[in-house]
Design a protein around this ligand. Structure first.
Ligand code: ADP
Ligand code: MG
Length: 257
């Protein structure tokens, strides 16, 4: 952990409901992440967490502010930067159905980004090897799962496919937006263990978005607490959980007890 992987400066975002009515969703959000770091972004529903994730991944644009990824300004979005963004930043979503097209077989789903990014272009065998490796890294036997469809899998298996799809590009950063909230407790912990293993083996960083502070305890190095589009507290995970400073953080923790 040394250089900044991601640096967000004064991110602002409003949504316009009508010509006269606008909702401020992010008021002045700044934070940074080191290479290899796992950061939990926590806050109640509606706080603006997903909007931050969507802006970083390029699915949404900010009104103002700067996003530096490995030194490159993503808000400028030059072609080179955009391609790098597509390879180095992957997203994992809450609902596996959202990201997993049901008409595609699992190996097509996992290999799709390799295809888009033209990694191993033309070399089907090498691409298949990368897909198999990604499936193995989430404890799914490729021989069985490669040719299945999403509807033939359980929710936990589908979410692991979503993770394999992110892992296959060997991204530097994974934006994981409530990836465990559709799963029961033991499957939640399984998924977190898989994400942690990829962090230890490959140095993958995570921005782990969740409303459930309990999940961050054994996973995140550091927490950022977001309330109504503003960061109200940051600190090392255990410090924040054991000694929350802001009243809002206290209420998030009390809700666990
Ligand atoms: P969280 O992920 O913390 O629950 P979100 O970032 O999804 O919060 O949403 C924050 C606020 O922004 C909510 O009030 C939501 O209704 C609003 N919002 C999010 N996306 C849009 C959109 N595309 N258009 C209008 N309002 C939006
Ligand atoms: Mg959300």
């Amino acid at each position: 952990m040394s250089a900044d992987l991601l640096r967000i400066n004064s991110l602002k975002k409003s949504f316009y409901r009508s010509s006269s009515l606008q909702t401020k969703v992010l008021s002045d959000v700044s934070f940074s992440m080191k290479e290899g770091e796992i950061v939990g972004l926590i806050g109640a529903s509606g706080a603006g967490k997903s909007t931050i994730g969507r802006i970083i991944s390029g699915l949404e644009t900010a009104d103002s502010g700067k996003i530096l990824f490995a030194g490159d300004d993503l808000t400028k979005m030059k072609t080179k930067v955009r391609r790098q963004l597509a390879k180095d930043i992957q997203m994992v979503f809450q609902d596996p159905y959202e990201a997993l097209s049901s008409r595609m077989k699992i190996h097509e789903i996992v290999g799709e980004s390799l295809h888009i990014l033209q990694i191993e272009k033309g070399n089907l065998e090498q691409r298949t090897q990368l897909v198999k490796e990604a499936l193995r890294s989430v404890n799914l036997d490729p021989d069985y799962y490669m040719n299945r469809y999403p509807h033939e899998l359980s929710g936990g298996e589908r979410q692991r496919v979503g993770l394999a799809r992110a892992f296959v590009c060997k991204p530097k950063l994974i934006l994981a937006d409530e990836p465990t909230s559709m799963l029961d407790t033991s499957l939640r912990l399984d998924l977190i263990r898989l994400m942690k293993r990829m962090n230890q083996q490959e140095g993958t960083s995570y921005l782990f978005i969740t409303h459930d502070i309990a999940l961050t305890r054994d996973f995140c190095d550091r927490l950022i607490v977001l309330k109504n589009g503003e960061i109200v507290e940051t600190g090392e995970t255990l410090d924040v959980i054991m000694n929350p400073v802001h009243p809002y953080t206290k209420t998030l923790i009390e809700a666990l007890l």
